[in-house]
Design a protein around this ligand. Sequence first.
Ligand SMILES: [Ca+2]
Length: 206
Amino acid sequence: MKSIKCILFVLVSAVLLLASSCATSGKDGKESEVRAPLGVWTFENPDNDTGGWYLANAEFYQYKGQAKLSRDDKTFKKGMLRLDVDFTGHKDIEWAEIKIANDFPKSINMKNMSRFAFDFYYNPSFSKTGTFKPKIWSNNGSKFINETGVDIQGDEDMGNGFLKAHVEIFITPGNGFIPDMRLSIAGCSTDYKGPVFFDNIKWVEK
Ligand SMILES: [Ca+2]
């Protein structure tokens, strides 16, 4: 019995040691991304690539162009989620929607969530007409979400042709969990061709 206790003690000690070494092993700020709260994506860690975001090609709506999703840390000298789009030939379509999806490592508790926020970067010279609208959707857990934001209007000149817009989409607060979600960028009568960027994507509590 004594030897079993001893083995247990050694095992528990080893687990604690491992846990503490994991908690202090971050380098170059990577730890903050690795241990970022659930529902927050900053894209600063190259090892995390797109942070689990992927193109939901099968769920695109009226969008017929190419789309490519990647992580980019060169264009703005910091990590971002890059979405290359081509709305050529879409200027007569009022709503052409590209969806990206994320299956969370753990369901997000929506109890105190009031909004979904992100920074969005686009280059006005990449289109002659039209706008973008954001939309969020989740319908696979105990909380249903379906909210569309207003036209994205950049108000910060990044000095490289891109404008930055801070986007917030408010939701109806309420109990429930979401295990995954879609974030849509809808082209509204636009012919935009080129990359757009997302950063600091996050669920925000009230
Ligand atoms: Ca970033």
